[in-house]
Design a binder for this molecule. Structure first.
Ligand SMILES: [Zn+2]
Ligand SMILES: [Zn+2]
Length: 661
C-alpha cells in the first residue's frame, strides 16, 4: 500500500484500552487493523504518552485537534514577532551607546593633543626667548584659534627648496665591466696569481680568543683518523711510532698547550720511515759470521720438481727479523699447493713453512731473542700491528691480512741452510723439546692445538677427533689428554686406529663400521648425549658429516682438515665442507674453522709439549738432497706421520726428554 495516509486513534473500553490503526488507502476504503496494547503510539500533535496512559483519556476529533494546532501556531508567530521587535530595540540602544563612546574618545584625544602642543611651546620659549615674553604669550591664541606652539609646527614648509627643485639633474655614467681595458692574457694572469696566493696561504691556524686581560689559546681540532687506542700495548706502540720515530730523532711536541697536534701526514711519514728502515741494514748482530751463499730447495716452476741449488743467504734483516740456521724442516700439505701455484707465489721461492733451528743473527729491534737461541719458526712476517685483527684479541693476530706473507708460501722458507723469520711470531724452544718435534709443530701442531683450544672444553669433558690416527690427529689426542679431556679417536685405517691408541685416546672407534654404528658407540660412552665437541682433521668427504653426527646437541664442530702429505695438483682436499642441514638446523651444531695459532698460543703449546713429553711421529730424511725421496714417499701414500728433513745434523741431540710416540 504505497500511498497510504494514516492516523492513529485511541478508543476507550471498560477495563483495557485498545488501539485501532485506521488507514485509508488510495481508493478511500477504510482499512482498520487491531493493534496490541504494547504497540499503542499516540503521535498526533497535542496527544502525548501521558494521555494514553490515563485511565479515562479525552476523546479527540480530527477537526478540534487541527483548530488547536492552528491556535498554537498563531501564538508562536506572535511571540516570535515580539522577540524580534525586542532584539531590534536592543540593537538600536547598543549602536547609540557605541556612537557616544566613539565621540567621547575622539574628544579626549583632541584635548590631549592640544595640551601636548601647549607644553612644547612652553619648552621652546624657555630655551630661546625670555621667560617674561613666554608668560605674555601663554594662553593667547592666533587667528586660527590654535595655541602658538601648534601653529609654529604647522609653519614647516611642505615642499623642497626652490634651488634644489630648479637644479640640473646629475647623470652618472654606467660602471664599466670588470677587467675592461686589459687584454685577456693579463686578466688570466692576474686571476691565476690571486688563486695561487689563496692556495699558498693554506688553512689558517685557529685564532686566540682575547677577553680583557685574559688570552685563551685555541688548540687545533684533534685528528680523529688516527687508529684507536685498543689497549695499553697498542697505545705504546703507536706513541713510539709517532714520537720516538724510527729514524732516531725525537719529534718535538709543544709543551703545555698542544697547539699543533700530530697530523695524518706526520703519522704517515712515521710509517714510511718504519717501512724504509727495514730495507737498509742497521746494526745486525752476528750477520758477519753468516756465509754469503747457502743451499736451498726451491719451487722454480709450478707443477715441476723442486730445484736444490746454491742461492744468496738472506742477510738483509729488518728491525724485527731474525736469521735462523735451520736444524729441521718438514713437509706439509700446503707445500704441495704452493708447488701447484694455488697461492700464485712469486718464483723462485724456497719451500717449507715448518722449521726449527738456532738463531744466527737478529735485527736491531729484536729484544726477546739473541744469537744461539733455539726457536720454532713463525709463519707470518711483518703483520701490520694496526688492523682490527692485530689490535683485537691476541689469538686473532694470525688473521692479519696486511703482512708480507708467510715463509714457504710467499717468502723464502725453511728448506734451506738459513731462513729469515719475524721474531714477533717465533717461539723459543724449551730445552726438552727437540728440533725434530718442533718443526712439525710450527704448522700442524699449531693448527690442531688451536682447534682443541677453540673447543673450549673443561677437564673430563669428551672431545671426539675424526681422523685421529693422522699427523694432526695423533697430536690432537695428546694435546687434549694434556688438557685433561677425555678423547674419542675415530679413524678409518688400521694404522690410524693403532696410532690413536698409542697416542692415548680413551675410546677408539673404527669409522668403517658406518655412521650409525660410530654414533651409537659414541653415545654409549657419553651417556647417550654425544661428544661435547668434535675436531675434524680428516680430509675424507664424509668426515665433516660424521664429526657433526657424533657431537652432542648445541655442540661445536671444528673443521681443520688438512692433508699432511704433499700431493700432486689438483689437491685432493675437498674445496667444500659438506654437512647435512639437519645437523645445523635441528641439532644446532656450531661449525668453526681455525687457522694456525697466535704467538702466545704457540708458546703455551710448546710449554705443554715439554711438560707432557709430547712428541711427533716422523719420517726423517737426512739433508736437503734427500727431499726428492721424501716427496716420492709422500706421493706414494706410504708416509707415516710427518715427513721431516734434518737440514743440519750438527744441531741434533739437544733435547733432554723423550716423547711417548
Ligand atoms: Zn694487521
Ligand atoms: Zn702447513
Amino acid at each position: 500500500m504505497p500511498f497510504m495516509e494514516s492516523r492513529r486513534i485511541v478508543f476507550d473500553s471498560d477495563n483495557s484500552s485498545i488501539a485501532l490503526h485506521a488507514a485509508t488507502d488510495a481508493s478511500g476504503a477504510p482499512n482498520i487493523q487491531p493493534l496490541s496494547n504494547e504497540t499503542v503510539v499516540a503521535n498526533v500533535e497535542g496527544v502525548d504518552d501521558s494521555d494514553s496512559d490515563d485511565d479515562a483519556p479525552e476523546a479527540i476529533t480530527a477537526s478540534s485537534a487541527l483548530e488547536r494546532t492552528r491556535a498554537i501556531e498563531a501564538e508562536a508567530a506572535k511571540a516570535a514577532e515580539e522577540q524580534e521587535a525586542a532584539a531590534k530595540r536592543k540593537r538600536k540602544q547598543r549602536d547609540a551607546k557605541l556612537r557616544e563612546q566613539a565621540e567621547s574618545s575622539k574628544r579626549s584625544r583632541k584635548r590631549k593633543r592640544l595640551n601636548a602642543a601647549e607644553d612644547d611651546s612652553a619648552e621652546i620659549h624657555r630655551d630661546t626667548a625670555s621667560t617674561t615674553a613666554a608668560a605674555e604669550n601663554q594662553g593667547e591664541s592666533n587667528t586660527n584659534g590654535l595655541p602658538i606652539g601648534a601653529a609654529r609646527r604647522l609653519e614647516i614648509p611642505a615642499l623642497l627648496p626652490e634651488e634644489l627643485l630648479a637644479a640640473e639633474p646629475v647623470t652618472r655614467l654606467p660602471t664599466p665591466p670588470p677587467g675592461s681595458g686589459r687584454d685577456v692574457a693579463t686578466n688570466q694572469r692576474l686571476k691565476s696569481k690571486q688563486k695561487l696566493a689563496r692556495l699558498e696561504k693554506g688553512a689558517k691556524p685557529p685564532k686566540d680568543v682575547v677577553k680583557g686581560p685574559v688570552r685563551l689559546r685555541v688548540t687545533e681540532r684533534e685528528n680523529k683518523l688516527l687508529p684507536p687506542k685498543a689497549n695499553k700495548q697498542s697505545k705504546s706502540l703507536r706513541e713510539s711510532l709517532l714520537h720516538n720515530g724510527r729514524n732516531g730523532r725525537r719529534q718535538t711536541m709543544n709543551k703545555g698547550f698542544n697547539r699543533n697536534r700530530i697530523t695524518v701526514a706526520t703519522y704517515r711519514r712515521s710509517l714510511q720511515d718504519f717501512i724504509t728502515d727495514q730495507k737498509h741494514l742497521p746494526t745486525v748482530m752476528g750477520i758477519e759470521s753468516v756465509p754469503e751463499k747457502m743451499l736451498a730447495c726451491q719451487v722454480v716452476e709450478y707443477n715441476a720438481p723442486y730445484k736444490i741449488h746454491q742461492v744468496p743467504t738472506p742477510r738483509d734483516l729488518g728491525p724485527y727479523d731474525m736469521l735462523v740456521k735451520t736444524a729441521v724442516a718438514s713437509l706439509c700439505h700446503t707445500d704441495g699447493m704452493v708447488s701447484a701455484g694455488v697461492f700464485k707465489t712469486k718464483l723462485p721461492c724456497t719451500a717449507s713453512h715448518e722449521g726449527s733451528g738456532t738463531i744466527a743473527a737478529v735485527g736491531s729491534s729484536v729484544t726477546d731473542f739473541k744469537e744461539g737461541d733455539r726457536v720454532m719458526c713463525g709463519l707470518m712476517r711483518n703483520q701490520c700491528g694496526i688492523c682490527a685483527d692485530c689490535q683485537g684479541p691476541e689469538n686473532y693476530s694470525q688473521y692479519c691480512a696486511n703482512n708480507d706473507g708467510a715463509i714457504g708460501v710467499n717468502l723464502d722458507g725453511a728448506f734451506a741452510d738459513y731462513v729469515r723469520i719475524d721474531s714477533r711470531t717465533a717461539a723459543k724452544l724449551p730445552d726438552s723439546v727437540s728440533f725434530e718435534t718442533a718443526a712439525p709443530l710450527a704448522c700442524a701442531g699449531c693448527t690442531v692445538w688451536r682447534g682443541v683450544l677453540q673447543a673450549d672444553l673443561k677437564a673430563k669433558e669428551w672431545l671426539a677427533i675424526v681422523g685421529s690416527g693422522g699427523g694432526l690427529g695423533h697430536l690432537g689426542i695428546q694435546f687434549a689428554k694434556a688438557l685433561g679431556l677425555q678423547v674419542i679417536g675415530i679413524d678409518a685405517r688400521d694404522e690410524g686406529l693403532e696410532l690413536s691408541r698409542t697416542a692415548g685416546a680413551d675410546v677408539v672407534i673404527d669409522a668403517r663400521k658406518g655412521n650409525e654404528a660410530v654414533v651409537a658407540e659414541v653415545h654409549k660412552v657419553t651417556n647417550g648425549a654425544g661428544a661435547d665437541a668434535t675436531v675434524n682433521v680428516s680430509d675424507a668427504k664424509s668426515a665433516a658429516a660424521t664429526a657433526c653426527a657424533v657431537t652432542k646437541m648445541h655442540g661445536v664442530m671444528l673443521q681443520i682438515a688438512q692433508l699432511l702429505t704433499a700431493t700432486p695438483s689438483p689437491p685432493p682436499q675437498p674445496d667444500e665442507v659438506s654437512i647435512p642441514f639437519v645437523e645445523l638446523i635441528f641439532r644446532d651444531i656450531r661449525v668453526h674453522g681455525s687457522l694456525i695459532c697466535s704467538p702466545t698460543e704457540a708458546r703455551r703449546m710448546l710449554a705443554v709439549v715439554a711438560e707432557h713429553h709430547i712428541s711427533v711421529k716422523t719420517n726423517a730424511f737426512n739433508g736437503l738432497h734427500e727431499i726428492p725421496k721424501l716427496i716420492e714417499l709422500a706421493h706414494g701414500g706410504k708416509m707415516q706421520g710427518k715427513g721431516i728433513v734434518v737440514v743440519d745434523e750438527g744441531q741434533r741431540g739437544v733435547r733432554k726428554g723423550e716423547g711417548r710416540v
